[in-house]
Design a protein around this ligand. Structure first.
Ligand SMILES: [Cu+2]
Length: 68
């Protein structure tokens, strides 16, 4: 299992976290998504076939790009 903390500056409220959870939850292999509204961060856990690139591009697609 892989796990990554991503900083998402566009997170402002619970709806943002829900939108991210819905989007990433559709990716095959993603097993867990936790959001921290105050810190504007999400933690994602995944296994193959999901990849970090795929997760990042899904976030970009819904206008919640991860900061590097
Ligand atoms: Cu929001």
């Amino acid at each position: 299992m892989e796990k990554k903390l991503l900083s998402i500056p566009n997170i402002n409220c619970g709806h943002c976290v829900m939108a991210i959870k819905n989007e990433l939850g559709d990716i095959k292999g993603v097993s867990k998504i936790e959001g921290d509204i105050g810190k504007k961060e999400i933690t994602v856990e995944w296994d193959a076939p999901a990849t970090l690139d795929q997760i990042k591009s899904a976030l970009k697609e819904i206008n919640y790009p991860a900061a590097e």
